[in-house]
Design a protein around this ligand. Structure first.
Ligand code: FE2
Ligand code: FE2
Length: 440
């Protein structure tokens, strides 16, 4: 089977892994070439370079199905150096009260080539940006991703004839998006990174990030008013709900820039892995956004975003109603919304005849699961099992989710045997526990 490229954090590298794309140093000199098999000393050398965070590794397709799928970032030609500089920018932002003109200039210079890249080509499909999130320094990763999503949405809007952006639009959107949560640098880290639910007081403090942010940017003369509006209003929705910065003038209508960043912001939150929630597939994130279309969100820009993203990442795992487990096996080039799916497992014997069958997601033949029966999706079997656990704890009906009240077995394709049984062992573990006292 063919190989695929995944992003692996430098700290997670293992000897024997094969480099999928040549790694360059700060000065553009190749450090390790594509195809090289990693040795322990390679890894030590990579770890010593703190500007290298992720490395592209080539793995056989079957490996990806074992739950380590972390697909590669898909906008090509974006130099990692911009991403790294942004990290330094956010670190510094913790110690300033007002954004200096020079910082804006530098940021704009760094971002400019990125705008060129996104607007000079066919829209790149943003299939896997969620990987960059879930990092310790969340604000920096999130800001970077929201900027890429916002720009790609604007580019798609242009291509679809929804909106014709000027150069100034592109620049002010990019700056607004990258700075939208700058006020979070003023929120104490223990609140910002709290894994559980926030208390009402903490939540109130968190909401103030728009006010803190607006205070930081409002007097910066070379930052465009639309970028400032994004900072102040990105939590204000079309129907007037939500919140804006205190002390900022009310809006007559919400500018397009703000509408785009609001959508990109929420999209990123849904598809990102966070300590308190498992990443959702872009397919489900778009569904959630569409539920608020033209109430909270501008539908035109959800349409544009859905044009720019791949709803199903290659290799992701799905749970259909009645406990049918499937994996996305192929994404046709011209039909990114209609992947080829293979049935890999079931909790009931009555569907075992479906095991191994492939079908196209939107037009399944009779007897195979239809799109409206798709319940959950995740990047790995573990993620899918976590989501199933979550749905059960929220009171979802066991029979709907698993096809049976009490699953006694999980029937799976051989290649998924270990990983699926391990992931879903929680369903069977409780039963064994109950049985144990009876035996003794
Ligand atoms: Fe925000
Ligand atoms: Fe945000």
């Amino acid at each position: 089977m063919s190989n695929m490229i995944i992003n692996v954090k430098v700290t997670d590298l293992k000897p024997g892994q094969v480099i999928g794309e040549t790694i360059f140093d700060k000065h553009g000199r190749p450090l390790l070439c594509k195809g090289v098999k990693l040795t322990p000393s390679h890894i030590t050398r990579l770890l010593a370079r703190d500007y290298i965070e992720y490395v592209k590794i080539e793995i056989p397709y079957e490996e990806a199905s074992k739950g380590i799928i972390k697909p590669a970032e898909s906008i090509k030609n974006i130099p990692p150096i911009v991403h790294q500089k942004l990290g330094q920018f956010f670190k510094k932002a913790r110690h300033i009260d007002r954004l200096e003109e020079k910082a804006v200039e530098e940021l704009a210079d760094d971002i400019h080539p990125l705008i060129e890249t996104i607007f000079s080509s066919e829209p790149s499909i943003l299939d896997n940006l969620q990987l960059l999130s879930g990092h310790d320094d969340h604000t920096h990763e999130h800001s970077w991703t929201v900027m890429l999503i916002s720009l790609s949405t604007l580019r798609a809007a242009e291509i679809l004839g929804i909106y014709r952006p000027t150069e100034e639009d592109k620049n002010s959107l990019a700056m607004g998006a990258v700075l939208h949560d700058i006020g979070k640098t003023k929120i104490p880290l223990k609140v910002l990174n709290k894994p559980g639910k926030l208390s009402p007081e903490e939540w109130q403090l968190m909401q103030q990030h728009v006010t803190f942010g607006y205070q930081m940017v409002k007097d910066t003369p070379n930052l465009m008013p639309l970028s400032k509006a994004v900072v102040a209003h990105h939590h204000r929705f079309l129907d007037g709900s939500g919140y804006s910065a205190q002390g900022v003038q009310d809006l007559e209508s919400i500018p397009n820039h703000v509408r785009i960043v609001t959508i990109a912001d929420i999209y990123d939150a849904i598809v990102s892995e966070r300590p308190y929630h498992v990443a959702a597939l872009p397919y489900h994130a778009l569904k959630i956004l569409y539920q608020g279309a033209d109430k909270r969100f501008d539908k035109r820009f959800i349409d544009a975003l859905s044009h720019a993203v791949a709803p199903f990442p290659m290799g992701c795992f799905l749970l259909y109603k009645d406990g049918i487990l499937a994996q996305v096996e192929e994404i046709p080039k011209k039909e990114k919304d209609n992947p080829v799916v293979r049935i890999i497992g079931t909790f009931t014997e009555k569907y075992t005849h479906l095991l191994g069958k492939t079908f196209s997601f939107q037009n399944p033949p009779m007897g195979l699961p239809t799109e409206d029966t798709l319940l959950l999706g995740s990047y790995s079997p573990m993620g899918l099992a976590d989501k199933t656990k979550g749905a059960l704890s929220l009171g979802k009906v066991r029979k709907d989710l698993l096809g049976t009240e009490e699953p006694s077995n999980l029937y799976v394709l051989r290649s998924f045997d270990d990983i699926l049984h391990k992931a879903f062992s929680f369903l069977f573990a409780s039963k064994e526990k109950e049985e144990q006292p009876a035996k003794s």
